[in-house]
Design a protein around this ligand. Sequence first.
Ligand code: PLP
Length: 222
Amino acid sequence: MTTEMLRERLETVEQRIAQAAARAGRSPSEITLVAVTKKFPARTIRQAYDLGLRVFGENYVQEFEAKFPALRDLTGAEFHLIGHLQSNKTRSALELFQVIETVDSEKLARRLDQGAKPLEVMIEVKLSHEESKSGADPAALPALIESIRACPNLNLAGLMTMPPWSDDPHLTRPYFRQLAALAREHGLRKLSMGMSHDLEAAIEEGATHIRVGTALFGPRTK
Ligand SMILES: *Cc1c(COP(=O)(O)O)cnc(C)c1O
C-alpha cells in the first residue's frame, strides 16, 4: 500500500469520525482511533505512525511479538491487545502492550496483576449468545470489576465489546447502547466499540475508542 493511499483512507476515516461526533454533539478529540494492524507487517504500522497514528490494536500475542522488534523506536506509540488473551501468554503480553482491552476473567486479571507493573485494562463484555465469542457475561461484571479494582497494578479504564458481525449498523447499535449503559452504571469512562463499518453508530452511542482495520489498511489476506 502506498503512503498516499493510506493518507487518503485515514482522511476519510477522520471525516467519518468528525461527522458522527458532530451529530452526537461530541468533540472528535474524545475519540481515539485504534488502528487495527493484525495480519499486516511491521512496515504498515510504521507507515501509519509516520502519518501521525499513535494507537494500534493487535489480536494475537505471538504475531505482535514477531513484529515488535522492528517497532521499538516508535516513540509514543501505544499498543492495545484487542484479541483474547490466554493466561499462559500474560508474561509476553505484559512486555508488548500498554493496554489489554480483553480481560474477561478474575484469573486473567490476577495473572496480569502479578506482572508487578502498572497496566491499563478494559473488560471485554460478551453481549451476544454466540458460542465462539469470548468476553465476560454481563451478570458476572460486578464481581469481576470489584476484583480488578482490588488489583494494585491494574487500572480498570473501561469496557470493550465485539457485537455479532453484521454489515447493518442498525443491528449493532443496540449492543453499543447496552455497553454504554453498563459503563455508566459502573462508573467506567472508556468504551472501546465500533469497527470499520459501524464506527458512526458506536460514536453516536458514546465510543471513546473505535477499532478500525479494513477502512485504513484494506482487506486482510487469510
Ligand atoms: C479485526 C478487528 C477489528 C477491526 O475490524 P475491521 O472491520 O477490519 O475494522 C476490531 N476489533 C477487533 C476485536 C478485531 O478483531
